[in-house]
Ligand binder design. Structure first.
Ligand code: FE2
Ligand code: FE2
Length: 241
């Protein structure tokens, strides 16, 4: 499907301008502040039971306080629905490769999923680096093994939901991304000192250069909103439309 033929989704403009259809939306400092305020002023989604269960498990394992190690786990889990969708879509393409138009539409979806997945991967790499600079020692089981188990379970759930009824998986992901968007907005609000901390990480060349750590997290939070809007737009869309 060509960009001009993309269906009208609530975030079509944002998605249409992003890879594989365009460049990533990189906001300036004033817009980043405005979008954070918008997030803080907006109500959260009414999360599904499975999403609420996931958030409760994360609170139980990593505490209710917003900490960088907890956000690292959140980013590790955030990638997996996109991986699951890519996997299901490849299976579907294998079985429909003779129907060129249909296979092409699936392939375009795969490309969007890959972009989202890469975007989450940058978030994770940035968080990994920031966490590694902190002096506190993190337990290997709680911060390395358990997050992998969580991600594995979430992958299986996303894969199953997407294979049976994609809207279930999109809804769960929208809940997850909405949660992430709000959590990042609150994280920045809780750390006014980050306004004066420059971000000098290894990933500025890939993810962009930001005046402060606060703006870096505002941008990540804004990415989460775009992920949410895309999933919300897909909930009602027909399969592989
Ligand atoms: Fe993320
Ligand atoms: Fe996200």
């Amino acid at each position: 499907m060509l960009p001009a033929e993309m269906p009208e989704l609530p975030v079509t403009a944002a998605i249409g301008e992003r890879p594989p259809f365009g460049a990533m939306e990189h906001l300036d400092a004033a817009r980043l502040r405005a979008e954070q305020e918008r997030t803080l002023a907006s109500p959260r989604r009414r999360a599904s039971l499975s999403a609420r269960l996931l958030f409760s498990v994360m609170d139980l394992l990593y505490g209710e306080e917003r900490t960088l190690p907890k956000f690292r786990v959140l980013e590790l889990v955030a990638r997996v629905p996109y991986q699951a969708w890519e996997n299901v879509a490849y299976v579907a393409m294998t079985h429909t490769s003779r129907e060129h138009g249909f296979a092409r539409r699936i392939f375009d979806k795969v490309r969007v999923s890959r972009f989202e997945q890469d975007n989450e991967q940058w978030h994770l790499l940035i968080l990994e680096e920031l966490v590694s600079r902190q002096p506190e020692h993190l337990g290997f089981v709680r911060h390395r093994i358990v997050p992998q188990l969580l991600a594995f379970a979430y992958y299986q759930l996303s894969w199953f939901m997407y294979a049976v009824r994609p809207s279930w998986s999109y809804r769960l992901n929208a809940d997850f991304e909405d949660h992430a968007e709000h959590e990042y907005a609150h994280l920045v609000a809780e750390h006014p000192e980050w306004e004066d901390v420059p971000y000098d990480g290894s990933f500025t060349g890939d993810y962009g250069r930001y005046d402060s750590l606060a703006d870096l997290f505002r941008q990540i939070g804004y990415d989460e909103r775009l992920h949410k809007l895309e999933s919300e737009g897909r909930i009602a869309a027909p399969r592989f439309a």
